[in-house]
Design a protein around this ligand. Sequence first.
Ligand code: PRP
Ligand code: URA
Length: 221
Amino acid sequence: MASLPAHLASAPSDLPPNACPLPRSGQLAGLLTSIRDKNTNRGDFIFYSDRIIRLLVEEGLNHLPVVEKSLDYKGVGFEGKICGVSIMRAGESMEAGLRECCRAVRIGKILIQRDEETAQAKLFYAKLPDDIANRYCLLLDPMLATGGSAIKAIEVLIDHGVPQERIIFLNLVSCPEGLQAMYDVYPQVKIVTAWVDEKLNEQKYIVPGLGDFGDRYFTSN
Ligand code: PRP
Ligand code: URA
């Protein structure tokens, strides 16, 4: 396999045990390079983000338990039912990728917004499938910065009866601070992340990051 430049070759080594970064390949590094580029227009940003999202969904499904299933052939099938839950707005960008893999999947929504000045996450609204307590939840948000938004979303899921071991968080770009904050509160929630960046800056944005994902995917030029 082609080798990557040293600074991209591996994820930080001291990540919490519930963090599951995708294997670093030239393809993945190239896709991330495209969406980090400020000159990438919205059409291309959507295209390359969607390709990473598809890789994440496929990997997230690898973390679901299976049980033996015998028809004519002794195989396996997923043990339980799933649902998706997107953290609005940016998380909605990941719903189509989930539907491509799980056609009729039920999808809940949680509207959480990060205050632009303080970076504190505020919960506005949640609408979830009635039987969510009996499902595995794939929680969707492309950005994990301080962890405030994802932690609030998990609080909502737990209030609705979903145990943390049944939540898998799918995420494009994370950072060590956010991963640690999540592990400190919810160590059983698995985090499948495409790329762990270096750190947060003073404004609590991810470095190198890609700016505001929601703006770039939904409203930029
Ligand atoms: C972004 C992002 C996450 C959150 C991450 O959303 O999509 O939800 O910030 O930051 P945190 O880990 O520090 O909480 P934002 O609230 O900006 O809203 P948006 O989805 O409408 O862009
Ligand atoms: N939200 C984003 O979209 N990007 C960041 O770097 C932090 C929060």
